[in-house]
Write a protein that binds this ligand. Sequence first.
Ligand code: SF4
Ligand code: SF4
Length: 273
Amino acid sequence: MAGSHRPTLAVWKFASCDGCQLSLLDCEDELLMLADRLEIAQFLEATSARVEGPYDISIVEGSITTAHDAERIREVRASSRVLITIGACATAGGIQALRNFGDVEDFTAIVYASPEYISTLASSTPISAHVPVDFELNGCPINKAQLLEVIAAHLAGRRPHVRAHSVCVECKRRGTVCVTVAHGTPCLGPVTHAGCGAICPAYNRGCYGCYGPMEAPNTSSLSARMSELGSGEADIVRIYRTFTADAGPFRQASERAAAGERAAGEGAGERGT
Ligand code: SF4
Ligand code: SF4
């Protein structure tokens, strides 16, 4: 137990916006209960106090975008008994993984006045691409109740109850009228991991997949339905390429749509239209 009668918890940040760590801070009352059961050994967003590792549980937010961070995550893994990644950045590369579809030097040249000072990797990758991960919690940001469940489960030595079904199931549970069926609105709910409580359809808009792919998503069928409802290939590429653009099934679905868009463009070119 890392030199303490309570298990130690460390929270680490990599390339991210801090929103998932804020979800942990937002636990407020539950955080006090957690502090009773765990020693918070490292959590810079909450306190500058630090306890040296090794740690019983490490929670990691953010993706790997620099050579230094690729090195740092190996050190974090080596000093952690259990490593849990939280949020779209840590589990799928995040919105910054949009660079994986282009040339990162094109982006740095546009964004920075002196891009020669920028030292960054060509891609943004999830933590699991670098080290073994014990549990991945989806979301952008994560759901704090799910995070508490994951921590409690690891403390109790049991599997966390985090269902991998779709956002559609959550719509049905809260009695939301389906925006696709009722209005023909494109919605990634059928292929997106549950956890948010189906917030967007409850406000009459489609889901854009911020919780990432569910288990075994049928993206081909959903893309075909979006086409039937009037979405062009470019629209379909865009809907899959948001917060979890590089998550396997979403990347493949967007690449299929992009290939369709290119083929249509070449066909139009050959016909001279
Ligand atoms: S609104 Fe979207 S998430 Fe909800 S049931 Fe319809 S397709 Fe599924
Ligand atoms: S985009 Fe989808 S997964 Fe994200 S909050 Fe909205 S409904 Fe939930």
